[in-house]
Design a protein around this ligand. Sequence first.
Ligand SMILES: [Zn+2]
Length: 368
Amino acid sequence: MKFTLQKTCAITGARAGLLETKHGIIETPVFMPVATKGSVRGIPWQTIHDLGAQIVLGNTYHLHIRPGEEIIEKAGGLHAWSKWPKPYLTDSGGFQVFSFARRGKAKIDDSGVTFKDDLAGNTHHIGPKESMQIQRALGADIVMAFDHCPPGNAEKAEVEIAVKRTQAWAEQCLEISLKPHQDLFLIVQGGRHEDLRQESLEGLISLNASGYALGGVSVGESREEVDKVVQSMSKYLPADKPRYLMGVGTPHDLKVAVSSGIDMFDCVLPTRLSRHGSYFAENGKVKSITQKAFTEDLETPLVSDCACSTCQTFSRAYLKHLFLRSELTVYYYLSVHNLHTLINFSKQMRQAILEDRFVQFIAEKNII
Ligand SMILES: [Zn+2]
């Protein structure tokens, strides 16, 4: 993998770059749609491709439980199995297994997490070694280190343990060899505590990984707390490595992240919102398709200046009708709009950075 920094905004630190992988070159900043179980929920790959997605994220925990990494490896890895030829990133599985711990269904120790799955109730153990072995078999271009992700409201002592464990586990992850086309990203922890984030960052930078991620944000903190962590930490991440903010995905989040020098982000929000009849409005705010004024609004698309196929084709009244009648096509139409909003906004920010007009672009775009 090769990362080339093309341009940095002198005022904000926003960056445009190129990330070269075996399965294609990724232009950053980039929004990565989430293909949890090897498919972006309800959306065919052709549409994901047409929307301009450059890389998708697969979920190690879900793919490990079912169908199991053995069958995916036998098919030739995630790309060949799912027929998505462009780059893939897999998470470590840590986020899901730690959510079992939050529900009192898992035991955490220095070797990893032991838990019973939600499906057959079988007992599993995933630690740094297991996570690397599973991700090696899955064959994504970018694999994530197994980290200890405490909840957003955790006591400082618990976050301190998480930082130390994340460091030890990062070292163990690096010792396990991946496939030649795979690169490992390490994940900075530390919650809301700047001193712990700093400690985590310094320890991980000394390991000289291919890329760095800010983890443990968007796990229950307020929007202001997330913004503060992103704004204060991203400037310390190595300038010559790709920077990834995990699990955020509103236009506001992307604006803050890119303005802070982040290159990559992912979120399930675009497809999840559509299942609740919600969409990204002009200013980036989430709105409902069921609002009263939409019942007879035959003239207006969801968002007036949106170039997505949903906004180019359908009225608000028709989409509201489909949602209220539970017509399955509406989830597709709303997802297309929501995915387009984030992918296109990322592209527009990239273009603005390259053309030295990022600050002006952000001011005019008026994302709140
Ligand atoms: Zn649209």
